[in-house]
Design a protein around this ligand. Structure first.
Ligand SMILES: Cc1cc2nc3c(=O)[nH]c(=O)nc-3n(C[C@H](O)[C@H](O)[C@H](O)COP(=O)(O)OP(=O)(O)OC[C@H]3O[C@@H](n4cnc5c(N)ncnc54)[C@H](O)[C@@H]3O)c2cc1C
Ligand code: SF4
Length: 330
């Protein structure tokens, strides 16, 4: 692994100042399960993706960690571990969708040190991207190897030049819960809704979110759900012990006598960003959820454009959406 300088700021201001001074050669470090044990150990680099010379460890900043819940919602520090989220009784009672999505990430060993911020900002798992010998578009090269290669786990919706699927389970759940992120940078703080947080390859092929090199995520705010909000999370994976989502579905909605009044359906494993399935939500608006679930789920077929080896994901996506809606009602 390439050597690097390690910085250990103790305040957000110090971390931002360090990132700003060091420029694009520095990266934020949290648990390190993706950045160090994945990207850096495996030399995932290219012209558009140089390996960092410096890491700014943010786990030394106490104010980035912790969960606070009040009548307005929950604020979760970016450094909060996935295990802390899973084990939070307050989060589980109000946001079972979020705690179940966190529980479905990796193994308990990894969840013990992997953070929320790291989970949301982890890099894609496309095996060509992760392979040192493939200088693909996402690393600044001029070719996407998935088009003619093994693309069984790639995207079926919304791709442009690059066909990654967004790997984060918590990001999928948080978008369904209408979360927003607080970001600190040299100009101060800004808040960005998860609706606007993720960047598709067509917008910028070298990144997956709007975060700049000199910024870091401080926390995530999840608004208190309306009384009676139905929530459900289903994730299908290949290896049951632990694995990334083949397809996942996060649903959060309100209903009156099972008639959909408002809500969100978000899917993981299908698109380069957590995919909000408005095409399904529109079908459910004002309709009886139980009676319409199958027909609404089938709407995914109108937006899916599979590659040579992943049309099977369309059937999975349709079935999982229907199942998630019915489970939320149960
Ligand atoms: C075997 C294995 C199985 C896995 N399975 C799953 C799975 O099923 N589902 C899933 O969702 N994930 C899965 N993962 C990914 C795992 O969840 C992530 O590696 C982990 O959550 C990253 O957290 P971390 O704190 O270790 O981040 P790090 O590795 O330290 O950082 C990851 C990225 O986030 C950035 N970052 C971290 N914190 C901040 C912050 N506060 N502000 C801005 N940027 C930040 C870093 O710069 C880096 O780019 C798996 C990983 C492994 C190794
Ligand atoms: S899908 Fe994206 S990350 Fe994978 S090879 Fe193609 S350009 Fe690279």
């Amino acid at each position: 692994m390439k050597g690097f300088e390690l910085y250990e700021p103790t305040t957000i201001g110090e971390a931002v100042e360090t990132l700003n001074r060091l420029g694009s050669g520095a990266k934020v470090l949290a648990g390190g399960s993706d950045l160090v044990s994945g990207v850096m150990k495996d030399w995932v680099e290219g012209e558009g993706m140089p390996l960092p010379d410096a890491l700014v460890d943010v786990t030394t900043i106490p104010e980035l960690r912790g969960i606070r819940v009040d009548e307005n919602g929950a604020t979760i520090g970016a450094n909060t571990t996935l295990t802390e989220i899973v084990e939070s009784a307050e989060l589980t009672s109000q946001y079972p969708l979020l705690t179940e999505s966190a529980r479905s990430v990796a193994s308990s060993l990894i969840r013990n040190f992997a953070t929320l911020g790291g989970n949301i900002h982890q890099r894609p798992r496309c095996w060509f991207f992760r392979g040192h010998d493939f200088d693909c578009l996402k690393k600044g090269g001029d070719f996407c190897f998935s088009v003619g290669g093994d693309n069984r786990y790639h995207a079926i919706i919304g791709s442009d030049q690059c066909y990654i699927v967004h790997p984060s389970d918590t990001a999928t759940a948080l978008l369904a819960l209408n979360a927003r992120a607080r970001i600190a940078g040299p100009e101060g703080e800004r808040t960005v809704a998860f609706d606007d947080y993720f960047v598709s390859p067509g917008e910028d092929i070298l990144r997956e979110n709007i975060l700049r090199d000199n910024e870091l995520m401080v926390d995530v705010f999840v608004p208190a759900p309306a009384p009676g909000t139905r929530q459900s999370w289903i994730k299908l994976k290949n290896r049951q012990v632990y694995d990334f989502a083949l397809v996942s579905v996060a649903a959060a909605f309100t209903e009156e006598n099972e008639v959909w009044t408002a809500g969100r359906i978000v899917m993981g494993g299908v698109a380069p960003v957590p995919y909000r399935a408005t095409v399904i939500e529109n079908q459910l608006q004002g309709a009886n959820v139980r009676d319409t679930a199958r027909q609404a789920a089938a709407q995914i077929r109108t937006v899916a454009r599979p590659m040579s080896q992943n049309a099977y994901k369309i059937d999975i996506a349709q079935t999982l959406v229907e199942r998630t809606l019915l489970e939320a009602l149960a």
